[in-house]
Ligand binder design. Structure first.
Ligand code: ZN
Length: 334
């Protein structure tokens, strides 16, 4: 049971399909956590209510108390979310996955809980979580890359998280891989995530099913010939079952990741690279080709010392990082 005199900090990762809240200790340990569906289609008021109820439940369950009996104990709430933010004002300016525009999430939660609320970009928060309490712990120059629906990330340089002028740094998925490539949703062309995200892997897999490719019989079997159902997970399963074409899709995606990573490594010269996100769990069939490109192309003095490690916190990294942003002295807070 949690020490009642302890100041409690809650970190939340608010995603398009689910939201995760964690009660986090000063040194970044998860004391308790809870997950609920986001159900964004019900509208922002319903989502914020469900989020607040989850935080209430988490805090009261974990302490045998509630905020009315111990109004001072919840010290702060950090919320990691996708999309663009006005972090100073606590406003989610645009979150396509939630269908939100100019939502005053910070002030709504502050009014309900009477504590500090901070918003952060989800990938930047995950980078802070992995750096302070996960696979990048103990380093000063840590890069976090998440490979899932899209590709994102965040990084810490000389012991400081780099947010950029208006908190938009770390858009790793939108560095150019092919300047003659297709248009990306961001407005640029040939972005990394068009080639190497889970979505991109699924799309290439769907093409194989549509072409009824002979080297993808396991993949075709997995989705019973239905191309619209193909996900990156199916492609990985089919490659493991011996599909040569499915394996080639992963090799190409991995090489694209490698080209992107070479640029990123050259720019920031990290000590450790933490790889997270669902598609990173595909492992060697995706990551070996990435490492091979890095080996062939990255400047040796930058490449040689880098350690590549899997995420230690998994889907909780964003929530842990968001909570750690509330700890003075860990991450610069005003
Ligand atoms: Zn883009």
């Amino acid at each position: 049971m949690i020490d009642m005199s302890q100041e409690l900090r809650v970190g939340v990762d608010l995603g398009g399909t689910k939201m995760l809240a964690a009660l986090v200790s000063l040194d970044g340990r998860i004391l308790a956590k809870e997950e609920r569906p986001t159900l964004a289609q019900e509208g922002e008021a319903a989502v914020i209510n469900r989020l607040a109820d989850m935080i209430d439940h988490l805090v009261s369950e974990s302490t045998f108390s509630n905020k009315r009996e111990h109004p001072g104990q919840l010290k702060g709430i950090g919320v990691a979310t996708a999309g663009t933010l006005d972090a100073e004002k606590g406003i989610v300016t645009l979150a396509a996955n939630l269908g939100w525009k100019d939502v005053q999430l910070g002030s709504l939660l502050e009014a309900r809980f009477g504590c500090t609320v901070k918003l952060a970009n989800d990938a930047n928060a995950a980078a802070i979580g992995e750096w302070l309490a996960g696979a990048g712990k103990g380093t000063n120059d840590c890069l976090f890359v998440t490979i899932s629906t899209g590709i994102g990330g965040g990084f810490i340089s000389a012991g400081k998280p780099i947010n950029g002028f208006n908190h938009n740094a770390g858009e790793l998925g939108h560095i150019t891989i092919d300047y003659n490539g297709p248009r990306c949703g961001c407005g640029n062309y040939g972005c990394l995530e068009l080639y190497a995200s889970g979505t991109a892997i699924g799309r290439r897999g769907a093409d194989l099913v549509r072409q009824a490719s002979s080297g993808a019989s396991a993949l075709i079997g997995l989705v019973q010939g239905n191309a619209d159902e193909v996900t990156a997970r199916h492609v990985a399963e089919a490659a493991a079952a011996g599909d040569s074409e499915a394996n080639a899709v992963l090799t190409e995606a991995g090489r694209a990741l490698g080209f992107g990573m070479v640029s990123i490594l050259h720019l920031i010269n990290p000590e450790v690279v933490v790889l997270g996100g669902g598609a990173s769990l595909i492992g060697a069939p995706l990551l070996d080709p990435m490492m091979q490109v890095i080996e062939e192309r990255a400047i040796a003095s930058i490449r040689r010392p880098v350690r590549f490690v899997p995420s230690a916190l998994g889907s909780a990294a964003g929530a842990v990082g968001a909570a750690m942003m509330l700890v003075k002295g860990k991450v610069v807070t005003e």
